[in-house]
Design a binder for this molecule. Structure first.
Ligand code: GLN
Length: 279
């Protein structure tokens, strides 16, 4: 499977080199056939820096070699292919993504990020591309917590910094319903603490929690009903960067209409109960 992927990426590079060579010769041709028809994309050498937080599988994660991969990475690559830009991924903490956009150190953020009203005041969001929800996760052998209502003032509950899950955990803490809000940089650490018994629950996005469970089914489980997210996931750019936002929306529409989006859902989210969430 991995060597297949390697083979495909080598093939992609070859196709791109050939397409570029074809473009080169076409410049000298006097109005002959267009080389564009053979080119796989409109790549112009433009490289945009895309920030994410890669402990959020299957949207944002890393492969065995440490490369940033996931549904979001494939989606933004496909959008770039349609719109003539390449991407370079940068790993940041989730609560650093918006300030990195504002500072201009990244061009785009794609990180399973809800386009919540508060964030809309700080950055601009594309059209939505996925609708998730929040869920409570507990240790698989926990028989006392059956929903968010069973959390008690002696419990520690974890979430990832800057997320809507963290907002919920902090609200539970301020209402006196739990002992401690344990806010962590990575979701992998939160799940580890849950397994180790350092915290009694984790609140996070449902498809991502289900992905962690699928890797260690005997250790973690979800309890209770899913809770509504603040907004669907969308791609963020610096406030006022309308030109880039329009390209992202155009590319997103293309991949949603030509079947690419569905292929990516199939590739990364099949088996998740939210795999059929509307975009
Ligand atoms: N969807 C959640 C949010 O927007 C969590 C995102 C994440 O952890 N990558 O806050």
């Amino acid at each position: 499977m991995k060597s297949m992927k390697k083979f495909l990426s080598v093939l992609m590079i070859l196709v791109m080199v050939l397409a570029m060579a074809a473009c080169g010769t076409d410049k000298n041709a006097s109005g002959g056939g267009s080389a564009d028809a053979d080119a796989g994309n409109n790549s112009s050498g433009e490289v945009l820096v895309v920030g994410t937080e890669p402990t959020f599988p299957p949207f944002d994660t890393t492969d065995d070699d440490g490369n940033i991969v996931g549904f979001d990475m494939d989606l933004i690559k496909a959008i770039g292919e349609d719109q003539g830009f390449d991407v370079e991924f940068r790993s940041l903490e989730f609560d650093g993504l918006i300030s990195a956009l504002q500072a201009g150190t990244i061009d785009i953020a794609i990180a399973g990020m809800d386009a919540s009203p508060e964030r809309q005041e700080q950055v601009d969001f594309s059209d939505p591309y996925y609708t998730a929800s929040l869920i409570v996760a507990v240790a698989a052998d926990n028989d006392t917590i059956k929903s968010v209502d069973d959390l008690t003032p002696d419990m520690k509950v974890a979430a990832q910094i800057g997320t809507t899950g963290a907002d919920m955990v902090e609200t539970l803490k301020s209402e006196g319903k739990i002992a401690e809000a344990v806010i962590l940089n990575g979701l992998d650490t939160a799940m580890m603490q849950l397994i180790n018994g350092d915290v009694q629950a984790v609140i996070n996005d449902t498809p991502v929690t289900e992905n962690y469970i699928s890797k260690q089914p005997d250790k973690i489980k979800t309890v209770g009903d899913t809770m509504e997210a603040s907004a669907p996931y969308a791609i963020a750019v610096q406030k006022g960067n309308t030109a880039l936002l329009e390209r992202i929306n155009a590319g997103l529409a293309t991949v949603q209409n030509d079947g690419t989006y569905d292929e990516l859902i199939e590739k990364w989210l099949t088996g998740s109960s939210e795999a059929d969430a509307e975009a």
